[in-house]
Structure formats: structure tokens, C-alpha cells
Design a protein around this ligand. Sequence first.
Ligand code: ADP
Ligand code: MG
Length: 374
Amino acid sequence: MNIRLEHITKEFKAISIPRSKGDTGESRQKNVVAVKDLSLEIAEGELVCLLGPSGCGKSTTLSMVAGLERPTSGEIYFGDTPMTGIEAEGRDIGMVFQNYALYPHMTVRENIMFPLKMRRASRDERNERVEAMASMLQLKELLRRKPGQLSGGQQQRVAIARALVKQPQILLLDEPFSNLDARLRIELREDIRALQKRLGITTIFVTHDQEEAMSISDRILLLNAGVLQQYATPQEMYRHPANRFTAGFLGNPPINFLPCWYENGRVKVLDVPDWTLPSDLIQPSSQNIRGEALLGIRPEDLVVQAPGCCPARVAAMQPLGKEVYLKLEAGPYTLTACLSWDHDYQVGDLLPLSVKRLHLFPLEEAEGGGAGEA
Ligand code: ADP
Ligand code: MG
């Protein structure tokens, strides 16, 4: 089932409780626009991550798709059917939240079976579906246990099984793995991706973790302050960030930003006399910028290469095995470079640097970042 959002806005009305005489309660009277004019389409069978910092409107968007919140304006379609007026129960979705509320007094089998029971499925059908889900999610050995006897990762597998047992058309997950430790998170995200592909179920996955989003998504939708920043494949978003917010949000260690002047096909970094970069490195999306701008260089796009166009001094080093992160000083700026560790760098070395690719952004960006393509 494909999903379409058309000009969705969600505004929460503030409730004003005057605390004392003279308190106008102005700050509490402010309405919150959690999602602003959001339009997007998710194709059948796609896995899309809603990504963005805390409070940017991810859960609100998901809740509207689920039917738990009503948009202030705009329309959501499943296929060609507008969803206004269709309650959550009628939407044919499976949901998994961060706090997997399993029923503690029921066994794993009963937990997974619960939605089918509600639907009054036959005993044979119930058993068959529970078995199928259990083998898909490696829960067969655990069916007789109670949630209290399971690890966090196992509990979350049960929650996923329970969400999928009704064979819904759409799967919605809201930060499902954020309570788990790093290794389990990686394991489970690989599992959910494999399962999602196998079932071909249209899926929206909410996360604030850029690496999680990059590793499982067909496409990522990046939000900031309720405004869409970019909607693209992970690779496209990383290589061609639509704006400064996107460039800064994706990437670890983060992209280096330097104020610059762009003219006559050359990029001059301000306050560093030696740093002049040829513009043939600029990504096509930045071509229409002139004059004062912001230069973005990813840490892995800095390379040591004589003669180099940008000398910088090593201020600190962080070896990571096959790679080394260098803190570099150039004029008043500190940059991070991520280099392969095949050379003995020393603090104080003056390195001849070249840049493999660079990004240019306007110095001023609209509030919440400029919206990218829809
Ligand atoms: P995220 O999931 O990206 O962290 P949310 O969608 O939960 O963000 O919240 C987006 C914004 O809407 C936040 O400013 C939050 O405080 C506000 N908000 C969310 N739910 C409500 C609500 N029920 N009433 C008022 N404000 C809300
Ligand atoms: Mg949230």
C-alpha cells in the first residue's frame, strides 16, 4: 500500500492556566506547529525513515499516519483512499513503539496471538500465524515464556511479531530500538530490514539516529522544526545535501563548515590567506551561489597531498585503528580530517591538504532550514 501526505500541518493548541496575577501566560498560550505543510509519497514496499532531532515532529507525523492524531489541515491517503474520518483500528496498520508494552501476565504466544483473538480469528488460523511469526523472528523457543523472562531484544522481537501477526498493509515503528544497547540495536535493525524486504510491507521507521536511518532506509525524510529538509536516498542525501542543516545532520564526524567568498570560479576561505579552492570540486547543487557563502568539507574529503591547496597544522590526533581523526588548524578555524592511518602523523606537523569535494551553502538559511524537494 502506498502512502501519500498532502500539505499536512499539525498545530497543537496550548492550554493557558494563569499562575498568578499579572501573568499573561503568554509563553504557554503559544501554539506549537509540530508539522508544517508536509507533502510526501511513500511507494508500496518502501522503507522510509523519518529522521531529525528530538522535537522536530517525527512522532506527530507517525501518529497522524496511524490515525492517533488528526491533522489540522491537509490529507493523508493510503492508496487512493483519504484517511480522514478513518480511526486507527480501521487503518490496517501494525505499530511498534519504544516502550513495547507487552502484557506481562501473558506468555509470548498469547501476546503475539492477542490481536488475532480480538479479531476473532479461528483457532487454526491463530496457531498457524503465531507459528509463522515466531519462526520469522526466532521466537520459537520462547513461546511459553512470560515477557519478564526475556531480554530487551527478545521483548522487542515479540512486539514486532505482535504488530505483524495481523498481516497489516503498513508497519509503523517509533524509535523501536532506542532502549537497547548498541550491539543489539545493530542486530535488530538488520533483522527488521530483512523481514521488511521479505514481506514487502510499506514501512515508516522513526529515529533520531542518522546511522540507523542510513543503514536501513530506501529513502530518508529529514525534518527540522516540523519542516521537510530533504527527502532522498541515504546516498543522495549524504553526497548532495540540499542545505546546511542536512549537511550538518548527516555524517560522523560531522562536516566542517568554513565561511568563504565564492567568485570567478574560485572559493576563498575567509581569514586563511592560503586557502583557495578550485570550483570544479563544487557539487552541482551549489552552483547558483555567489559572494559570501558557507563552505562544507566532509572529514573524509580532506586528503594529504603535496603540493595541496590548503595547508593545515595538526593540533590533535585520535587513532581509531585503520583510520585516524586529526584535529587540524588553519587560520582561526579547527577542522576534522578522517584519514587512513598509513602515515605517522605528529602533533605540530604542517600538512599539505587537498580537498576531494566541497559543498557550498548560502550564508543565511531560512528558519528551520530551506525546504528541499518534496
Ligand atoms: P519528535 O518525535 O520528533 O521528537 P514530536 O512529534 O513528539 O517530536 O513533537 C513535535 C513538537 O510538538 C514538539 O515541540 C512537542 O513538544 C510538540 N507536541 C507533541 N505532542 C504534543 C501535544 N500532545 N500537545 C502539545 N504539543 C505537543
Ligand atoms: Mg518522538
